[in-house]
Design a protein around this ligand. Structure first.
Ligand code: NAD
Length: 288
């Protein structure tokens, strides 16, 4: 069994970004990423901090805009509008989830699609469906595909089962795998799927994006399958100073005994998501 090292592959992506950034700087261009955080969600704060630190490491100009939890829809929309018009900013993301009174769809639609480095704007979703390379591909599923490719796992002709149909992970993951980049035969499973275990046992490649701790168990996995665990779940752990630990959507210890390759949590998909975000920001800057 191979434990797929997300940090190692992410570092390769980061190194590619570094050389592209150096080329851009020669042309007088410094890529810029703006991250908007509304409210105090602790996990969101961690993600936003990690993105800002990665920008700093790479020499990407980063702008962090923090709004209070009671910020109005109009305030957030104004921030997005200002960033759309800011020539120093190539990428804009509004950290999800915003507080419940904020209409997240409206915010995403307000972002200029050419700065939508998350790839969530309807224009970029359409471009993903159309396999139009001028769009931005959502970072997490793109990172999963890159992990498979760099690990030498053949997706072409493989039976892939994606568990989860969210717009952030499941749906774009299925599109990438079924498209010309993946060439896999794809099944999308979700909360209404009957006999999920039987569906999963067909898979050469399982992508788990469910949001339920250790949901995928050994009986759901065929011998020799590849398992990519997108899940990030906080579960109580009194032995940790923080009082919690992070686990994926896959019961790692038991599933690892059956598969040929598997991503750990943390250290698998997570670092890839940030790396692909940096990549999208650099691509956006190179289109200035
Ligand atoms: P989501 O809640 O939007 O979607 C979960 C999906 O799982 C749904 O489509 C649902 O149909 C499916 N599902 C729920 N219960 C199921 C069941 N019993 N059987 C089969 N399918 C079921 O979540 P999401 O935004 O797609 O995120 C999924 C997980 O990935 C979460 O743990 C999240 O924290 C994590 N995540 C990680 C990264 C990363 O960078 N590694 C990025 C995004 C999300």
């Amino acid at each position: 069994m191979k434990k797929i090292d997300g940090k190692e592959v992410a570092q390769k992506v980061i190194d590619e970004c570094k050389s592209q950034i150096a080329e851009l700087k020669v042309k007088g261009i410094t890529p810029g990423l703006a991250v908007v955080l509304v409210g105090e969600d602790p996990a969101s704060k961690v993600y936003v901090g990690a993105k800002a630190r990665k920008c700093e490491e790479l020499g990407i100009y980063s702008k962090k805009i923090e709004l209070p939890a009671d910020a109005s829809q109009e305030q957030v929309m104004q921030v997005v509008e200002d960033l759309n018009n800011d020539p120093a900013i190539d990428g804009i993301l509004v950290q999800s989830p915003p507080p419940p009174h904020i209409d997240e769809d409206a915010i995403v639609r307000a972002i200029n699609p050419n700065k939508d480095v998350d790839g969530f704007h309807p224009v970029n979703v359409a471009k993903l469906v159309l396999e139009d390379p001028s769009g931005f591909i959502p970072c997490t599923p793109h990172g999963c595909l890159r992990l498979l490719q760099d690990t030498g796992i053949e997706t072409s002709g493989a039976e892939a089962v994606v568990i989860g149909r969210s717009m952030i992970v499941g749906k774009p993951m299925a599109l990438l795998l079924m498209g010309k980049l993946g060439n896999a035969t794809v099944t999308v499973a979700h909360s209404r799927t009957k006999d999920l275990a039987a569906v999963c046992r067909r898979a050469d490649i399982i992508i788990a994006a469910i949001g339920k701790p250790e949901f995928v168990t050994a009986d759901m996995v065929k011998d020799g399958a590849v398992v990519i665990d997108v899940g990030i779940n906080r579960v109580e752990d009194s032995s940790k100073k923080s009082g919690y630990k992070l686990v994926g959507d896959v019961a790692f210890d038991e599933v690892a005994t059956k598969c040929s390759a598997i991503t750990p949590v943390p250290g698998g998909v997570g670092p890839m998501t940030i790396a692909m975000l940096m990549k999208n920001t650099v691509i956006s800057a190179s289109r200035r």
